[in-house]
Ligand binder design. Structure first.
Ligand code: UDP
Ligand code: MG
Length: 310
């Protein structure tokens, strides 16, 4: 018998816990036929509602259901990491709790791993229906920007829904960095990945945990985690402004020597000073971003803390 571990990060998902379980169990017959046993790991990310209670109830009913409950909200990336650490399966899948990642795709994904020798099967949505247009626009800009800046390919519309082999899961776990940007980590480790596409499915119950602002910060974190181009940009800007300043000095000297021009024009001076101090602060901000991430990494704080485990 092989084991397939299903990792489900949940944050305030009380309405979805059992719906997800029911939907998943529709694939049970298929996996049983193929000598695969299921194991479900709900990772509660410090929920404030009845999520933990509902998982406990499921655990009473079915001992293949496990719970890892965090001491507070550590974020979905921490949930994914914890789930992968706890998963014992020969294969590991991770899905959102809100049924936006249809468990019905699992048999097909499993087929690709077994028959075609892929190491991981990933999913991407081809449409963004139901999403505010402004958010879609920013998302597309983000993907085109990060792919220009990073050597790691970040696939537009990629979801975190994946099925992977043990080897692939262990590779993900070997990257134990604190600032986790899964979309990049999955791609960074390499191996053969097959992409499945599907239309965006809207969340049935509960609401999304991602505000526009949270997504914006997440995008910045992703760029900093997988690219050092902004740092190079700061140096390039420094060089450009040095050259400009040099040209200005020459022009001023010539003007004074040839035309005896009185050094007038403090408004232009004020403009130049404000422009350059702005650029300086901007560049310092970029360095600060990298420094702050480095600071968090060297502190070596745990990625999550467990309060309860079943
Ligand atoms: N999630 C989590 N911790 C968080 C935020 C979200 O574990 O801090 C989980 C959430 O319960 C869900 C999944 O991550 O199962 C995706 O979240 P959501 O559906 O809110 O994101 P969206 O699908 O809107 O991008
Ligand atoms: Mg969702």
């Amino acid at each position: 018998m092989k084991v397939l571990s299903i990792v489900v990060p949940c944050y305030n998902e009380e309405e979805n816990i059992s719906d997800f379980y029911d939907e998943l169990m529709k694939t049970e017959a298929f996996f049983h036929e193929h000598d695969v046993e299921l194991e479900v790991i709900y990772v509660d990310d410090g929920s404030k509602d009845g999520t933990v209670k509902n998982v406990r109830a499921l655990h009473e009913k079915d001992e293949r259901v496990h719970l890892v409950s965090f001491s507070r909200n550590f974020g979905k990336e921490a949930g994914i990491y914890a789930g992968l650490q706890k998963a014992k399966g020969d294969f590991v899948a991770m899905l959102d709790c809100d049924l936006q990642d249809p468990p019905a795709l699992l048999p097909e994904m499993y087929g690709y791993i077994i028959n075609d020798g892929y190491d991981s099967i990933a999913t991407r949505r081809v449409s963004r229906t139901g999403e505010p247009p402004i958010r879609s626009w920013f998302a597309r800009r983000f993907y085109s920007l990060i792919n220009k800046m990073s050597r790691t390919e970040i696939v537009d519309g990629a979801r975190d829904y994946r099925l992977m082999t043990r080897q692939f899961a262990d590779a993900i776990l070997s990257l134990d960095e604190y600032n986790r940007f899964s979309k990049g980590i999955f791609s960074w480790v390499g191996f053969e990945t097959k992409w499945l596409e599907y239309e965006n499915i809207e969340r049935k119950k509960g609401e999304t945990k991602w505000s526009f602002w949270k997504l914006f910060i997440y995008a910045l974190d992703g760029i900093i985690a997988f690219s050092t181009v902004p740092l190079a940009l700061a140096s390039i800007m420094g060089v450009i402004f040095c050259i400009l300043a040099f040209i200005l000095i020459i022009v001023t000297i010539i003007r004074k020597a040839v035309f005896g021009d009185p050094t007038s024009g403090w408004p232009s001076l004020v403009c130049i000073i404000s422009l350059i101090s702005g650029v300086q602060l901007f560049c310092m901000g970029i360095i600060g971003q990298y420094l702050s991430k480095t600071y968090l990494e060297v502190k070596k704080r745990p990625i999550y803390l467990v309060k309860e485990e079943l």
